[in-house]
Design a protein around this ligand. Structure first.
Ligand code: BGC
Length: 426
């Protein structure tokens, strides 16, 4: 099984390599001369990396292939949303089974959970909602054949059509599993994945049916920690998130149930590495699947490349009471790719990079600190811009002079909006 997976990955990589090397010559034309490239290369030909929010239709999830193929040096860097979502669901299910004697607080035979949804139009958020529902047996399929990922609002009576009551048999006893409530955590100004909104929602839910809440699940740690601090820690209700932010990992010692590392240390590296490779005019696999001169190389158990999606995906790892001590600092670069590049072969270049929302916990407290370490290692001078999480123009208005940069890394507010960025480069 493992071998088959390794072979598939190897085949995928080989395809990726073939495709990348055929485009290499053009890249070198654009990127060889030291300095001053930003002025001579047309903006439309400069490397573009989408990260964390994959250009896609926020209703159907369909990838925006035009944005992903904006030019020959365009890629997406994210993580494997489905693999991570399955892991998250499994982690929660394992916890419930292992703690079955104490988990059903009011002893009514119903294991009730509430779910914080980040953004109903974001593929990662949708995958996580589906992953939790599928593992807990509460998933129902919509007309399109996919698991329904809509919020239920309140469902204490089990009547919602977006979910069903699951059945769980442990030690010869059958329990019902019910999604008591779920909501998209969007604040009144429109920012999604909003931690404060999640903390308030849980307080409201708990004041009317707190004795029924046995598990709290969240699409991310930012919201998860806000819920943990506002209610579940004091009430000893296990809370599960996603991202492995340092504060969430530390909270596992205090009863936070667990989280998933989406290998931000690998993603942040890939985000800047693909830019570096495009600017150096080298094979795109350099320092990724193939060791570079400094010895940087990723192994196939931490990422995969899907050529037809022009996407690099980091792989996820579950972080629980069993292994959390290895994940306490989320800002440490991934050792196998932490070697300094030489300025001779990889001279300093200017990159413009934005983060969709300055108050996003994951991007602000984990991803950006990692990017800042990798930009030094890769000799990239990055200008970091953070938006308000609400409107694209708050970010795009600040890219007034694309001529001054050699490459761009974009994190959209809404995954449908890639053209707001690419239009600036035409
Ligand atoms: C992270 C969330 C974050 C979101 C932003 C997701 O991958 O898990 O924590 O808020 O990205 O786009």
């Amino acid at each position: 099984m493992k071998k088959a997976l390794a072979l598939t990955l190897a085949a995928t990589m080989a395809l990726g390599l073939a495709a990348c090397s055929s485009s290499t010559p053009k890249t070198s034309e654009a990127g060889t001369s030291d300095g001053g490239d930003s002025a001579t290369v047309a903006n439309k030909d400069k490397p573009v990396v989408w990260f964390n929010r994959q250009p896609s239709n926020s209703t159907t999830g369909e990838l925006d292939t035009a944005a992903l193929n904006f030019n020959k040096d365009t890629y997406y860097v994210g993580f494997d949303a489905n693999q991570g979502a399955e892991l998250q669901g499994q982690m929660i299910l394992d916890y419930i089974k292992a703690n079955i004697d104490t988990i059903d607080k009011n002893g009514d035979g119903v294991i009730g959970y509430v779910l914080a949804i980040g953004d109903v139009g974001h593929n990662d958020s949708i995958a996580r909602t589906r992953g939790v529902r599928s593992a807990l047996g509460t998933a129902v399929k919509g007309a399109d054949g996919n698991v329904d990922s809509e919020a239920v609002g309140t469902n204490t009576d089990g009547s919602s059509t977006h979910v069903q009551d699951g059945k769980l048999e442990v030690n010869g006893k059958t329990y019902t599993v019910r999604e008591l409530a779920s909501q998209e955590m969007k604040n009144s100004a429109g920012a999604t994945w909003d931690a404060g909104t999640a903390g308030n929602a849980l307080t409201t839910w708990a004041s009317s049916f707190g004795d029924q809440i046995d598990v709290v699940a969240s699409n991310n740690d930012g919201m998860g920690m806000s819920m943990f601090n506002s209610w579940s820690k004091a009430n000893e209700v296990p809370t599960f998130g996603y991202d492995a932010n340092s504060d969430a990992v530390a909270a596992i010692a205090e009863g936070y149930g667990g989280t998933i590392s989406q290998h931000a240390d690998v993603q942040a590296y890939l985000t800047l590495r693909v830019i570096r490779n495009a600017l150096d005019g080298v094979n795109m696999d350099t320092g990724i699947g193939t060791a570079d001169e400094a010895g940087n190389q990723l192994s196939s158990d931490v990422y995969k490349y899907v050529e037809e999606e022009r996407s690099y995906y980091a792989l996820n790892v579950a972080v629980t009471a069993d292994n959390y001590k290895d994940f306490l600092d989320s800002k440490v670069t991934w050792k196998p790719v932490s070697n300094q590049l030489s300025k001779e072969t990889s001279p300093e270049k200017n990159v413009w990079l934005n983060i969709y929302n300055s108050s996003d916990n994951f991007l602000g407290s984990t991803y950006r600190p990692l990017l800042e370490k990798y930009d030094d290692l890769l000799n990239l001078k990055v200008e970091y811009i953070a938006g308000d999480g609400q409107v694209e123009s708050n970010i795009t208005n600040r890219l007034g002079n694309p001529d001054a940069y050699d490459a761009f890394a974009f994190n959209m507010v809404k995954t449908d909006n890639a053209v707001s960025y690419t239009n600036l480069l035409k």
